[in-house]
Every structure is written in C-alpha cells, then in structure tokens.
Write a protein that binds this ligand. Structure first.
Ligand code: SF4
Ligand code: SF4
Length: 437
C-alpha cells in the first residue's frame, strides 16, 4: 500500500512503525473471510482491510479520531485471525494497538463510555477490587434487564450477567512463594498469577503448580508481579499498560537473577500474547528495552512448556471426549496450536475441534462487556459449533474464553491444564461428567 507520510511525521517512531506495517498491505482482502466482525456484520469497514484504510487515513492526515473510526476500531476484537490469514505479513496487532492509543489521546468518548472504561481499568487489573466488584455485581444481577433497555448502559448489563454466581475463596498460590520440585529438579520457572483469572478460577494456577512440581519443576510466584497490562493495553491506555509491563519485567528479572529461569509460565493466553510483546512495547525505553526482550523470550504458554518435558504415563485414563476451543490469543496471537491438543490426546482424552475453530468466541478481554451484542452473536455461533461435537467437556487455555463459552453452553468448560493435571495424578476438575474419582 502506498503511503504519503511526511518526513516530520515519520520522525515519530510510532508513526514510522505504523507506516512500515501499512506498506506491507496489498489490499488483497484475504483477511476479510476470517474476520469475525466482517463475517458477522458484512461491512467492509468492520474488516481488517477496512480498518487498515481508516487507520491509514487518520494517521496520514494527522487527524484526531472521530466517532466513525472509533466505532469500527472498537468493534475489532484484536483476535488476530487476520494476522494468521494475511499472506503479506501485515502486523495488524501493532497497527491497531497504535490506533487505539491514538484514539485514547485524541478522542473524547461519550460520558457513559468513559465511565465504564475507567471502571474496568480501575477494577479488573486489581484482584482485591475485582473480588469486591463481583460480590456487588451478584447483588445487582436482577437489574441487568433494566440496564439492557438503555443502550449506553448495556455494558453494565453484560458485566452483571458475566459475574459468576459465586466467587472462589482467594487461593494461597497467588501469594509470593517458591514451590519446590518433587524429586530431582529439572527446571525452574516463574508463573504469572495474573489478575482476573486468579479471582475467577484460582484452581487453574493451583493445578499448574501442582502438575509442574510433580514433574520436577520448581515454580516461583515472584514478589511484585501483577496484571500483565493487556486489559488496559487493549483500551489504548498505553501509560498504564507500560507501567504494568515494567513492574512485571522488574519482578521476573529479580527472580532470574536469584536463581535462573527457564520460562515465565502463563496460563491465560490473552496475557501470554501481551507478555510476548513486552519487548516491542518497551523497545523505545532504554532502561527496559533489553530486559523486556529477555522476558518476552522467556514467556511460554503452560502447554508450550509442558510439551517440552518428558512426560510420564498418565496416572488415570480419563475416557472423556474433549471439545478443544483454541483461544484466539493462543492460536493467532502466539501460534500455539498443536501442543494443547497433543498433550490432551497423550493424556488419554479424545480430542475434537469445532467447525470454524479460527473464529473468536466473543470474549476478547473486555470486549464482551463493551460490545455485548456482537460478543453474544459470536458466543452463540461458537457454542453451537462446540455442542455439535457431542463432547463431554470443553477445554480452553484462556479464562476469558472459559467464562464466555460457559455463559452460553450446557457443557462444563475447563482450562486445559486442569485436565492434564488430573490425568497426571492431580485433582479431578469439578463439574466433569461421570463418577468423581
Ligand atoms: S483482529 Fe480479529 S476482529 Fe480485528 S480486524 Fe483482525 S480478524 Fe477482524
Ligand atoms: S490479507 Fe493482509 S495484505 Fe491482504 S488486505 Fe488483509 S491485511 Fe492487507
């Protein structure tokens, strides 16, 4: 794609990066076929190619964002299916991240939108606040239908509906500690305890730590780590996202210096995609660029790391059929596709994949709150494809997908690592069909 940025514009490294991405796009439109919003809405401006044109026009003309472009960029799930499809290697993720930051700086959203976004940014990354908010949301659930009737308040209705009926007790594994390997140590890793996941389903990291330590890996929950910053990053709040990234880089570098690290294990793939991008996000910060690149190089989805270990024979033969939902952040963001399915099959599960596996379930961080209409359409499409498989359980590697799919699906939805932990001698995940073992 030809561009006409001025030398003065290109002196800004963010603009220069956007320009180099734009130049790679050859307008072929292959990406439209796999874009969930184009497939759902049928509008070119809600396709990757359409958004690329809008972003180019806004940046080239040095314009502030307007309501039109904000509408179409906000509808993008950042699912990155377009990046998997694109034959020209267009790095849409970095382009849309820059566009979101530009929107945040140059556009004043309507007040209700601002309030909802400010609340999400202030609550979700902080487990203690999120826990209180979930308790309040349970009380507010009866009002969801009222909020539905007022369009600007629909995100509140979506939030109330997504709030789980009960919140698990805080888990001790979220606290800084070193979990020693059982038997001879064959590895040392740090684990991201994260924010929303540690509140909604602490059993995921409990299972991860139990499984890894049984397999001989020491697992460190470092002092000082916190939310990866993905939630605010996707809202264009760059300063908040970079502050979160720097804090985690510091925490993991300290852990690395104390005793070496083979990997930073991430069990929420949405977070994994962002941590693997820390090196890019902090590339212009001389104090952090190198450290962030080292951390990104160490980041591994838990299934990616498990696939490198020499696993024993499973302790139980589960005999269950699993519908494997490949989270967008895992399949498109990190290109981790084979490992979760191979691990499940090796552990004795029959693995099936739904039709349209490339399409997003509509979760996408805070998307199912901010864009509840499209998110629900995508969820229902995903659930119909999953339920057609006749599986016993759904497995996914991202808490957002688990919550989203579970909100519309009759099957239990669990994290992949919980099934693996069970198969290799850990606890059976709650809610599975068949006798509790
Ligand atoms: S990230 Fe997903 S929703 Fe956004 S343009 Fe690409 S394919 Fe479409
Ligand atoms: S597939 Fe790639 S090159 Fe083709 S229009 Fe989409 S982003 Fe541009």
């Amino acid at each position: 794609m030809q561009t006409s940025f001025t030398p003065a514009q290109l002196a800004d490294p963010h603009v220069a990066e956007a320009e180099s991405i734009l130049r790679k796009c050859v307008h072929c439109g292959f990406c439209t076929a796999t874009c969930p919003t184009y497939v759902t809405l049928g509008n070119e401006l809600d396709s990757p190619r359409g958004r690329i044109y809008l972003i180019k026009d806004m940046l080239e003309n040095g314009r502030a964002a307007d309501a039109g472009i904000v509408t179409h960029v906000d509808r993008c799930l950042s699912c990155l299916a377009c990046m998997t499809t694109c034959p020209s290697g267009v790095h849409y993720m970095h382009l849309v991240d820059h566009a979101r930051a530009h929107i945040e700086k140059t556009y004043t959203r309507p007040l209700p939108d601002r309030l909802v976004r400010a609340a999400l940014a202030a609550i979700l990354p902080h487990p203690a606040r999120f826990r209180v908010a979930l308790a309040l949301a349970r009380l507010g659930r009866p009002f969801a239908r009222l909020f539905d009737a007022v369009p600007p308040l629909r995100p509140l209705a979506a939030m109330l509906r997504l709030a789980s009926a009960s919140v698990p007790a805080a888990s001790p594994v979220s606290r800084p500690a070193t979990h020693e390997a059982q038997g001879p140590r064959r590895g040392r890793v740090a684990i991201l305890t994260g924010c929303a996941q540690s509140v909604l389903e602490p059993g995921i990291n409990e299972a991860t730590i139990a499984l890894l330590t049984r397999l001989g890996v020491e697992v460190v929950v470092p002092q000082g780590e916190g939310c990866c910053g993905a939630l605010v990053h996707h809202m264009g709040r760059e300063d908040d996202a970079l502050a979160a990234a720097r804090r985690n880089v510091d925490a993991w570098m300290r852990t690395m210096e104390e005793g070496g690290l083979d990997a930073v294990i991430v069990t929420a793939s949405g977070c994994g995609t962002t941590i693997k991008d820390y090196g890019f996000m902090l590339r212009l910060d001389p104090a952090y660029a190198e450290k962030a690149a080292r951390v990104s190089a160490l980041a591994r989805d838990v299934t990616e790391y498990l696939a490198t270990l020499d696993l024993p024979e499973p302790a139980v033969r589960p005999g269950l059929t699993v519908a494997y939902h490949s989270a967008c952040s895992l399949q498109h963001g990190q290109r981790v596709t084979r490992q979760p399915k191979d691990l499940l099959a090796r552990a004795g599960f029959t693995v099936r994949e739904p039709a349209e596996a490339h399409l997003c379930c509509g979760s996408a961080g805070t998307y199912n709150i901010l864009q509840p209409g499209i998110a629900t359409t995508l969820r229902d499409r995903k659930v119909a494809n999953i339920e057609a498989l006749g599986a016993d359980v759904v497995a996914a590697g991202n808490i957002g997908c688990i919550t989203q799919i579970a909100s519309g699906c009759g099957l239990p939805v669990v994290h992949t690592v919980r099934l693996l932990d069970w198969a290799y001698g850990g606890q059976r995940p709650p809610g599975l069909p068949g006798p509790a073992a």
